[in-house]
Design a protein around this ligand. Sequence first.
Ligand code: ZN
Ligand code: ZN
Ligand code: FE
Length: 759
Amino acid sequence: MKAIAVHIKGLVQGVGFRPFVYRVALHHQITGWVENGNDGVRIFAEGSEEQLKAFLQDLREKAPPASEILEIFIELRSSKQSFDFKIIKSSDYSDEITDISPDIAVCPECLEDMKTQPHRAGYPFINCTNCGPRFTIIRGLPYDRPKTTMDVFEMCPLCREEYAEVSDRRFHAQPIACNHCGPGYELISGDDKYNDTGRILEMTAELIRNGKIVAVKGMGGFHLACDATNEQAVQRLRSKKYREGKPFAVMFGSIDECRYFAEINKAEEELLTSWRRPIVILKNKQNGKRLAPSVSNGFNTTGMLLSYMPLHYLLFEKLATPAIVLTSGNLSDEPVIINNQEALTRLAAVADAFLIYNRDIYNRSDDSVMMVSGEKPRMIRRSRGFAPRPVNLSMDVDGIIATGAELVNCFCVGKGNKALLSQHIGDLKNLETLDFFEESLQRFTEMFRIRPRMLVCDLHPDYLSTRYAMDLAAKSSDLPLLQVQHHHAHIASCMAEHGLDEQVIGISMDGVGYGLDGNIWGLEILLCDLADFERRSHLEYALQPGSDMANHEPWRMGYSFLHQYVCHDPETLELPFLKDIGRGKIEVIKAALENRINTPLTSSAGRLFDAVAAITGVCTHSVFHAEAPMRLENILDLSEPGEYEFVFGQTISPALVFQRITEDILNKVPAEKISARFHRSVVTLIVQSAVNQRDVTGIGKVVLSGGSFQNRFLLSETENRLQQEGFQVYSHHWIPSNDGGVALGQLVIAAKKRATGCI
Ligand code: ZN
Ligand code: ZN
Ligand code: FE
């Protein structure tokens, strides 16, 4: 007989890991014990050498789907002559954390149990150690029922038995519940309330069939749902929610249904069906079935996701439609609502009925959004199913708090070698979102027991995330504050994702970032490492007339670029896009440009795309963030091989690009072809910039980041062409390339500077 102590670190709590260890131990006739601690799972195991070997092998190879083993430490021990295998109650070992599991979609076994187990027949909160809510209901660590919002539900004898029975799949399943003892749904329609689940499902399906809007409480917040094939219903939802143009996400009951509407490749199928269940941006199927036109609003892609709560499955059994719109239950840009009472009052004008339940959501978590490009998953919004899973780094980031950027904000806190990126917070532009930011940051520092030692934020003086960090630094004497340039942070976040810690060529294709010279940066060619950067080149500055106004009115950038590069009187060119812009407005912009009034300098890639989208008439006014570049990508004609030419000097000039585009428009070249030529020329710009930097420095690693890389064509073509040129190319996969990833970059930059004594 031999005895070993095994210490497993990683995502091993709340994912059915201890019962799994128990079952494996029984299988191999191992004796000893397993227990949860703050720093992972600890096992004491006794058996013959062969038994222990087989035991360890199974631990590694057969771990539950949502678990992730990072490290296994094994030490020889003297035998304790244990005669059975036990699961011991949680105890606090140390101050180190164990990860909190993200929420997990209901598993196939539970769906089966929902049909066969008498006390869980049609029970919409069914879960087991392999599935169910986690992060959204957890208040603290270690993960145990009293520290979740399930604490108010007392287990019935049947559930208690299963909870205590080691061979049961619900052994120590903290949110265990059944029809007798767990939470339940309630449907509120007008003055009427219904509690019977069967009745509720029938009625909800009926409401949706009749074109009504139902507010449905989801895993991490409320959704607004309606029939995605009913144009009137979708339009009504749009107008009520003040969401004029942004495409809606759509839920399907099964992937087979989904296939009638969308092209789904293997990588996309894997994402759609994974236990994380993100929204995946998919290509609408040509000649396939059609959703209501207002769902995608002119885009040839749709964000689709599959059922992930038991309720979704039950509802789809009753629904007449194969697809429902499932959009965040909030008003315009505020955080998604999680509280029943708040939903009933604030969504009263939007929803015709409310499908709520009586378990609290503690941590708000939106649906995550992903896409596939170059056959690889790409994160767009990292939230449910991912947060708060840490990013593991090979550097000490302990106690660093990074407040992120402004748009699609996530913050990031450091614990040991782990970067804990928050769930999607939103655009830090209103009080509600700022409250959510502050509350979540507070909760993260408490839950993960962070002792703040350093603050890091963006350079932009007006970001609420910057001001928050500055206020906090001012209040405490021992919290140094570091401000990091936005695009350096973008590149560093991608480096962190790939474990890079060396000098690289960093290429940022981004919308807005505050530059060292006070101008608006965006398309930046950097030479950088984690500690520092050098701005080697950038898009030549253009004037942004009306400053932020230009974000909503891309025609302003179109006019500005034409004014700078083509002709001082662009209105005389007879380009169709100016026809709908009033004469008076054009005069104002022209005067502003000539007198340099409220015309900040910008090298933004986003504004460059805006300009081309406007001039080609694709999008002169945009109603949601990045609409113009998205519409320009949307119409791109892949069969067009031509391209324009950027000119390289001290900076990169788009003069010829705009001159040729103007000629093309006047020659009636379709916008689809112009878009393709423009996209291809931007790819060449990036490749040429990388080659130029390699020629001077000998560096062959290129790191790509910034929001414009959410453009699939741009990303995949750039990667391909850079690889053809012999570069090692690094782009984002699981961290957003948009501003949602900036906090991670800030964190590692601060850590590097701290480690090298720069601060
Ligand atoms: Zn399950
Ligand atoms: Zn029960
Ligand atoms: Fe950015």
